[in-house]
Design a protein around this ligand. Structure first.
Ligand SMILES: [Zn+2]
Length: 483
C-alpha cells in the first residue's frame, strides 16, 4: 500500500470516527513502524487505538484570511485565480496566510487560489480550490462570500496524491476576537479609545498587551530603550527580539493580539528637554499609562496630564519586586503624582531598578547602583491590576459591565505585596491564613489620602502661599507660563 493510499485510508477512518459511523477501516498503532496505520475491519491487530475526532489535527492546518478574501473577491471571481503567500511553520505542518502574520516564520510558501474546482492534480506548487458547500456557515472551514454564498476551500499539493488534500480554515479576525469579549467589555467604545503608554519595560509592555487583548484600538508608545538579553526573563518580548527597541517590540505584540489596532511609536527619552513633544502626545490620548521608574519623568508626565486634564495611571514595582503600587490620577478630582510625593515621600520613591539606564540615572553620586533581580510573576499582578483600572477609566463615562467595579476601585492609590520583604516596613506582616484585619501578602489594598489643595501642580499654590504669609493673593505676581 502506498503512503498516499495509507493516508487516504487514515482520513476515511477518522472521518468515520468523527461521524460515529462504523467505518470500513480502523486505526491501529503499528509498533514496528512506530506510527498510526489504517487496517481493514476484521484484521486482527496487536493493539487498537482510541482515536477521537480531535485527533484530526494530525493533518495540519491551512489558514486563510476572510477579510483579505472578501476584499479580493471581485478580482478572484473575475480573473479565476490569484496568488497568495503563506508563512510555513513546522516543516509545512501549519500554513498561515502572510496577511495574517505580524511576524512570519521566515519560510514563505506561495500558492495559487483558484475559483472553482481544480481540475486534476497540479504537477507542482500548491493550489487552493474555492468551491461552493452546503456546510453550515458558522463553521471555521466555511467562507461566506460578499454575495452571501457559502464556500469551502481545499489545498492541493502538486505531486501528492488526492488523499493528501488538506482542508482550509478561515480566520475572520475582528468578529472572532470580539465574540470572546462580548458582554464583558464594550468593544465598540474601546476601539475608538487612545492610550498613551510611556515606559515599555515589563510592566508597561504587559499593560499595553492586556489592553490590546481587551480591544483598545489606538496606542501611542513611548520608550527609548532597547530590549536586552537580561530583560527577556520578564519582558513579554523574547530572545528573537533582543536589540530591537522596546516600543517596536511592544507594537508587534499589540498587533499579534489586535491586528486592527493603530499603533504609533516614538523612540524618545521622557525628559524636560522634549516636553513639547510629550505634551502633544498627552493631548492626543484619552488615558495615559506611565510605567517609567524615575521620579523626574513621572513628575513631568503628571504636570502635562494635569494641565491637559487627562486621567493617568502610574504603576511600578518596588525594589526586587517584593510588591508594587498604582496611582490613578483624575486631575482636580484626586491626588496627583506631586500630591503623592508630598504626602508619602518614602512610598513614592520605593522603585525598582530594573534597567542599567535607571541604575546609571540614580547613581549620580559615587555610589554604584546595581540592577536588581525581580520575578516576572511578581510584576504581572501589578500590570493586570493596572490594566483593569485603565479599562475602568476608559469606560468611565459609558454604561459598561465593568461599572459594578466602580465602588471597589475608588481609591487613588493601590498597594500589593508579594512577600514580607526583610528590611521593609512590611517585614512583620502576619501570615495570610491568620490575618483578618491586618495587611498581608497577596491582597490588593486601595488606600485613600487627600489631595493637596495647595499642590503646585493640581492645586492653588499661590492661594496657599498667600494664606500662609497673610498676603492679599491679588498682589502676588503671576507665575511664569510653563512651556
Ligand atoms: Zn497635586
Amino acid at each position: 500500500m502506498s503512503t498516499g493510499d495509507q493516508r487516504s485510508m487514515i482520513r476515511e477512518a477518522m472521518q468515520a470516527i468523527a461521524q460515529r459511523k462504523p467505518g470500513k477501516s480502523k486505526l491501529v498503532y503499528d509498533k514496528t513502524k512506530r506510527t498510526i496505520v489504517a487496517v481493514s475491519e476484521g484484521v486482527s491487530t496487536p493493539k487498537a487505538l482510541n482515536i477521537t475526532a480531535d485527533d484530526a489535527d494530525m493533518f495540519g492546518v491551512v489558514t486563510l484570511s476572510s477579510g483579505w478574501l472578501r476584499n479580493k473577491w471581485p478580482d478572484l471571481t473575475k480573473l479565476g485565480s490569484l496568488a497568495v503567500d503563506f508563512s510555513s511553520w513546522d516543516d509545512g505542518d501549519a500554513l498561515t496566510q502572510l496577511e495574517l502574520c505580524i511576524q512570519g516564520s521566515g519560510t514563505q510558501a506561495p500558492a495559487t487560489l483558484v475559483f472553482g474546482q481544480q481540475q486534476g492534480q497540479p504537477a507542482e506548487g500548491m493550489v487552493i480550490s474555492i468551491v461552493p458547500t452546503d456546510k453550515p456557515t458558522h463553521r471555521a472551514d466555511v467562507f461566506v462570500s460578499p454575495d452571501n454564498i457559502a464556500y469551502r476551500a481545499e489545498l492541493i499539493e502538486g505531486g501528492k496524491p488526492a488523499g493528501d488534500r488538506r482542508e482550509v480554515v478561515f480566520a475572520d479576525i475582528e468578529p472572532q476576537l470580539d465574540l470572546r469579549r462580548a458582554g464583558i467589555l464594550e468593544t465598540t467604545i474601546l476601539k475608538d479609545r487612545t492610550v498613551l503608554c510611556i515606559g515599555l519595560g515589563t510592566g508597561g509592555a504587559h499593560v499595553a498587551v492586556e489592553l490590546a487583548k481587551s480591544g483598545v484600538g489606538h496606542f501611542i508608545l513611548v520608550d527609548r530603550d532597547r530590549l536586552s538579553v537580561g530583560n527577556v526573563v520578564r519582558h513579554p518580548g523574547g530572545i528573537s527580539q533582543v536589540g530591537r527597541t522596546k516600543a517596536n517590540v511592544t507594537r508587534d505584540l499589540i498587533l499579534e493580539k489586535n491586528p486592527n489596532a493603530q499603533v504609533d511609536v516614538h523612540i524618545v527619552d521622557v525628559g524636560f528637554d522634549n516636553r513639547g513633544t510629550m505634551g502633544g502626545l498627552v493631548q492626543a490620548a484619552d488615558l495615559v499609562i506611565c510605567g517609567t521608574d524615575n521620579r523626574q519623568s513621572k513628575l513631568l508626565i503628571n504636570e502635562l496630564c494635569v494641565s491637559a486634564n487627562k486621567p493617568a495611571v502610574y504603576g511600578g514595582a518596588f525594589r526586587r519586586a517584593y510588591g508594587g503600587q498604582i496611582l490613578r490620577v483624575r486631575p482636580k478630582h484626586s491626588p496627583c503624582q506631586q500630591c503623592f510625593v508630598s504626602a508619602l515621600p518614602d512610598e513614592a520613591s520605593d522603585v525598582e531598578v530594573s534597567s542599567q539606564d535607571d541604575a546609571d540615572a540614580i547613581a549620580y553620586s559615587d555610589r554604584p547602583v546595581a540592577v536588581e533581580p525581580g520575578l516576572s510573576l511578581d510584576v504581572l499582578p501589578i500590570a493586570t491590576q493596572l490594566a483593569k483600572l485603565a479599562l475602568l477609566e476608559l469606560l468611565a463615562d459609558k454604561s459598561s459591565t465593568l461599572n459594578v467595579l466602580k465602588r471597589d476601585f475608588d481609591a487613588p492609590w493601590y498597594l500589593w505585596l508579594n512577600r514580607p520583604e526583610p528590611g521593609t516596613q512590611y517585614a512583620d506582616m502576619p501570615p495570610l491564613s491568620e490575618s483578618r484585619d491586618e495587611m498581608t501578602i497577596n491582597r490588593w489594598y486601595g488606600i485613600y489620602f487627600e489631595r493637596d489643595e495647595q499642590c503646585p501642580v493640581c492645586g492653588d499654590f499661590l492661594a496657599g502661599f498667600a494664606a500662609a504669609y497673610s498676603i492679599d493673593p491679588a498682589r502676588l505676581p503671576a507665575l511664569p507660563e510653563k512651556d
